[in-house]
Design a protein around this ligand. Structure first.
Ligand SMILES: Cc1ncc(COP(=O)(O)O)c(C=O)c1O
Length: 455
């Protein structure tokens, strides 16, 4: 076995940056253990992925059974039973009208597929000019060039300028920094109205669709819109005939305490993207779910000119079937709502101790803490690297959280708290205990740097 001997040795693998982490050895439930024996509480489900926890026996059994039977068959040569079964299970959880499922292997592929399905639909209807997608700022929709065109997170885009489309973005409806003269409601409506402004400026006949996360993930830090937001968005999309594409890659599959985050507002979407929680880390698995009329228009005009080799992989779909059964049978959506409510209240209480915590927000088990000056809401200086430092301090305590910048990736700091949906009340307390230690350590550090850098 080739093991890295120390943290300065180069690994053949690389991801975002230099440096590497301990090797993950095994995992169970909400815990993951490194090969040095240290155990971590997975307070963010990796990247909001591990919905049913690690090593769930029902998922492992289903995968073992499937691998003995059929590991791969190609979609142009065969259908496979796990993919069909998973298709039915997904549709059973969708709002009425969304009943056609197209499988892919990850969130970026799902977003790309949604864009291409919608575009091909317009094409066959003779609406050739519909090529422009509108999305929001900040947002994250994936790393591939199509999905990156929708993304509003500057550091991820800057090096690739010129290679992706410069699609228009409307502001995400933050409830934390409401501009002067606005209420939460009027600000949400004003943000939604920006969609109409863009449609009118560009021409509805040129708009391919509007892409949005119903509850924000990493880029906004679990941003929950005011209840007035989606009814207005829906009305604008209907009025101008603009397809509404929901990116539920992160917030879907029970994460927010409803099966879809869209269920909070009964949003009538044309396409929904699902990923992370669907395979729950057991297999690369994602899907788009679309309306029959859109799919039939594309299929009866020569077929969908798009697809990936691993689409509908039987092993991945068998894992997905087992994951969805576990979520239903163990009441995990309800558990996410219940434990999420408790965690949110406790985090809000904890935040009162620190004048550098500006906001605590989210729904279900998609929660975030934003670090900013409590009184002024001003972000903390970038060079203090607050979210990364706190994440590192939590890591030292044996707790995994997920750091991001809050304002378009260029300023502000937050962490996501998004544990597996199986978390118990006692484990929430354990998470809170570890987080409190990390925040207390950071407070000492903060007081020192704040003293050396007076306002
Ligand atoms: C909302 C959203 N959309 C799309 C993606 C891209 O998914 P993937 O990393 O699986 O390609 C992500 C990933 O974090 C996401 O959070």
């Amino acid at each position: 076995m080739n093991a890295l001997k120390n943290t300065t040795q180069k690994s053949p693998t690389f991801y975002i940056s230099h440096g590497h982490k301990p090797i993950a050895a095994h995992a169970n439930g909400i815990y993951i253990t490194a090969n040095d024996g240290k155990r971590y509480l997975d307070g963010c489900s990796g990247a909001a992925v591990v919905q049913v926890g690690h090593s769930h026996p029902a998922v492992l059994a289903a995968m073992h059974e499937q691998i003995d039977q059929l590991q791969f068959s190609y979609r142009t040569q065969f259908e496979n039973q796990p993919a069909i079964d998973l298709g039915y299970k997904i549709v059973a959880h969708m709002p009425p009208g969304l009943d056609r499922v197209f499988f892919v292997s990850g969130g970026s592929e799902a977003v790309e597929s949604a864009m291409k399905l919608v575009r091909q639909y317009h094409f066959h209807r003779g609406e050739h000019e519909r090529t422009i997608f509108i999305s929001r700022l900040p947002s994250y929709h994936g790393s591939t060039l199509g999905a990156l065109s929708l993304t509003g997170y500057q550091p991820l885009q800057k090096p690739f300028e010129g290679t992706y489309q410069l699609y228009p973005k409307i502001p995400s409806p933050t409830q934390y920094r409401i501009p002067e003269g606005h209420t939460a409601e009027s600000h949400a409506i004003a943000c939604a109205n920006e969609l109409e402004t863009n449609i009118l400026a560009i021409g509805a006949h040129r708009i391919a669709g509007f892409v949005v996360e119903p509850i924000g993930g990493a880029s906004t830090g679990a941003e929950v819109p005011h209840n007035s937001y989606f009814p207005r968005i829906q009305a604008i999309c209907k009025q101008y005939g603009i397809p509404l594409i929901l990116d539920e890659v992160l917030c879907g599959v029970g994460r927010t305490g409803r099966w879809l985050a869209a269920d909070y507002w009964q949003i009538d979407a044309d396409v929904i993207c699902l990923a992370k929680g669907l395979g729950a880390g057991y297999a690369p698995l994602a899907a788009i779910v679309a309306k029959d009329e859109m799919v039939e228009t594309v299929l009866s005009n020569g077929g969908f000119m798009h697809g990936f080799t691993y689409a509908g992989n039987p092993l991945a779909c068998a894992a997905g079937c087992a994951v969805l059964d576990v979520i239903d049978n163990e009441g995990l959506v309800e558990n996410a709502a219940k434990q999420g409510e408790y965690l949110l209240a406790q985090l809000q209480q904890l935040s009162e101790r620190f004048d550098w915590i500006g906001d605590v927000r989210g729904r279900g088990l998609l929660l975030a803490i934003e670090f900013a000056d409590k009184a002024s809401k001003t972000p903390l200086p970038n060079d203090w690297k607050v979210s990364q430092t706190i994440t590192d301090m939590a890591y030292d305590e044996g707790l995994l959280v997920y750091p991001r910048k809050s304002l378009n990736g260029i300023a502000g700091d937050h962490i996501l708290i998004a544990p597996p949906l199986i978390i118990t009340h006692a484990q929430c307390d354990e998470l809170l205990g570890l987080l409190t230690k990390a925040l207390t350590t950071f407070d000492t550090h903060y007081q020192k740097i704040a003293q050396n850098n007076p306002k």
